[in-house]
Write a protein that binds this ligand. Structure first.
Ligand code: PLP
Length: 266
């Protein structure tokens, strides 16, 4: 499909969220994990060069949701150390399997919405929660982490689009302010920054505008809440990570481009 490839190369944008079959053609859902990782790594390196940034300033998280523990194990063998999962129960089952497969030295963060009745389990099985979006969830995570003698790194999830089923806190939401005021008082949570999901849009510039807003929000919140650490800007997924890196992302969350298409939307 040369014209399809031409389209993507020309625009530098993967529209897989809208055209999954073309995404698979583009990302090469065939072939091994290592090849896909190599392709993603090359794109990350190129985006860093365009933005005048060092490769070490951008962490790569493999989003393994909906893929079996064996896929994580393969990725870990290829050198991936950071994973993202979006459901507590799904990862609880996978975690047992990972232990059997002998996978260690990896960190797995929760990147999906957390219900307050699952905070204890989340604090137990995850190495970080990148989707904190309420005072209640933060307080419960803090309590659970304290009981386990852990200090859990967290990100606050920000919602920058009006899509109805998007999670996260809008910048103008008073809950965001309450959460940022409460976090310094929660000794078992280590605030590390902000996370967002860009809106679905054919036009890559929509994602760019969203990433710019998150970066600007970090600046203004950093001034208002000087005691909090905002070092991480977790933004960018398979379809928009190169733009996210150009706009200052420090952590890209990549599922499809590394693990292939998911059987069910997650
Ligand atoms: C699924 C998911 C991703 C990865 O999405 P891809 O488009 O497959 O790369 C990243 N972040 C979050 C929060 C997700 O739920």
């Amino acid at each position: 499909m040369p014209e399809v490839e031409g389209f993507y190369i020309q625009t530098g944008y993967c529209g897989h969220l809208h055209l999954p079959e073309l995404c698979v053609a583009y990302h090469g859902n065939v072939g091994g994990f290592e090849e896909r990782l190599e392709t993603v790594e090359q794109k990350i390196a190129a985006a860093c060069r365009r933005a005048g940034r060092a490769r070490e300033d951008v962490q790569l998280m493999g989003v393994s949701k909906m893929h079996p523990a064996e896929s994580l194990a393969e990725a870990a063998r290829a050198g991936m150390r950071l994973f993202g999962e979006n459901r507590v129960q799904e990862f609880e089952a996978k975690r047992a399997r990972l232990a059997k497969l002998g996978v260690e030295d990896t960190a797995v963060h929760l990147i999906g919405h957390l219900q307050s009745n699952k905070t204890a389990k989340a604090a137990e099985i995850f190495d970080g929660v990148d989707s904190v979006d309420s005072v209640r969830v933060a307080e419960r995570l803090n309590e659970a982490a304290g009981k386990m003698g852990k200090r859990l790194p967290v990100l606050v999830e920000i919602k920058l689009s009006d899509e109805p089923n998007k999670t996260g806190l809008a910048p103008e939401d008073s809950e965001l302010r309450s959460l940022l005021e409460r976090l310094p008082e929660l000794p078992h949570l280590a605030m590390r920054g902000l996370m967002t999901i860009a809106p679905l849009d054919e036009n890559p510039e929509t994602a760019r505008a969203c990433f710019r807003r998150l970066r600007a929000l970090r600046e203004s919140l950093g001034q208002k809440h000087a005691g909090l650490d905002f070092r991480e800007l977790s933004m960018g997924m398979s379809g928009d990570f190169e733009i996210a890196i150009e706009e200052g992302s420090t952590l890209v969350r990549i599922g499809t481009a590394l693990f292939g298409a998911r059987a069910v939307a997650g």
